[in-house]
Design a protein around this ligand. Structure first.
Ligand SMILES: Nc1ncnc2c1ncn2[C@@H]1O[C@H](COP(=O)(O)OP(=O)(O)OP(=O)(O)O)[C@@H](O)[C@H]1O
Length: 252
């Protein structure tokens, strides 16, 4: 069974004071099996962030359904959503969103603290996790003492330390140079394989998308096309570039 089922998801926004309505999502269907690494691509304004925000319960759909692990979560209360997010979700954003006043170790421990893991067990888990991810040597540093790539690796560690069912990543490599992007994507790939954490990542970057198992292309709030990775990452990268050029022609 799919970990995530999105059914006929529609979202309208009122555009300013003009009375105009923007259709950000248009009866979108999407299934994500447990353990899959899925990437969402599409032109600016195609609805990628809106989809992620609704899946995370940060916004309410106008209509349609979001089913998590067999449970319809579309109409949960804010309190129920907060509990679900704390336990089952991890987030990675373009701007790393680490807390400046906390060290790397403390930042990564946060999800465990929020889930009321006792201090000694949390400290042990964080140390082991940071060591596995080769981040132990920066454990005592503060975010401002790290490069962008290091900060994002820490943000990925924080998103995954509590073994959430799903990690949502919105443009996670958008602020990084290519070497740092690669190390962050390799970390995603490793944790997806080792922890079998399901990942849903929105990006404009075909290189980032080539790390996924599947790329879903959106246009005008709908799924326009999909590609499954069958061969090497390099050949997948070229397939993605081709699909993007077709999508661009459809947009122009
Ligand atoms: N809070 C909002 N109020 C009004 N319109 C919004 C709001 N959020 C998004 N939209 C509109 O909904 C549409 C989809 O936006 P969304 O941010 O989901 O697209 P996106 O594919 O993530 O774009 P980008 O790649 O530029 O981040 C756009 O037309 C956007 O202007």
């Amino acid at each position: 069974m799919s970990l995530l089922q999105v059914r006929k998801l529609t979202k309208f926004y009122a555009a300013g004071t003009s009375g105009l309505v923007v259709k950000a999502l248009d009866r979108l269907d999407l299934d994500v099996p447990q353990g899959e690494f899925v990437c969402i691509m599409g032109p600016s304004g195609s609805g990628k962030s809106t989809l992620l925000n609704i899946v995370a319960g940060l916004e309410r759909p106008t209509s349609g359904q979001v089913v998590w692990d067999g449970r319809d979560v579309t109409r949960l209360s804010a309190k129920e959503w907060a509990a679900l997010r704390r336990r089952d979700l991890g987030f990675v954003f373009q701007t790393f969103n680490l807390l400046d006043a906390l060290t790397v170790e403390e930042n990564v421990a946060l999800p465990l603290m929020l889930n009321r893991v006792d201090v000694a067990s949390a400290a042990e888990r964080v140390r082991v996790f940071l060591s596995e991810l080769n981040l132990l040597e920066i454990a005592d540093r503060y975010p401002h003492e790290l490069s962008g790539g290091q900060q994002q690796r820490v943000a990925v560690a924080r998103a995954m330390v509590h073994r959430p069912k799903l990690v949502l990543a919105d443009e996670p490599t958008g602020s990084l140079d290519s070497a740092s992007s690669q190390s962050v994507l390799e970390l995603f790939m490793e944790l997806n394989a080792v922890q079998t954490t399901t990942i849903l990542m929105a990006t404009h970057d075909p290189f980032a998308a080539s790390y996924a198992h599947r790329v879903v292309f959106m246009k005008d709030g709908k799924v326009y096309n999909q590609l499954d990775r069958a061969g090497s990452r390099r050949s997948f990268f070229h397939e993605i570039l081709h699909a993007l050029s077709v999508l661009e022609e459809a947009v122009l």
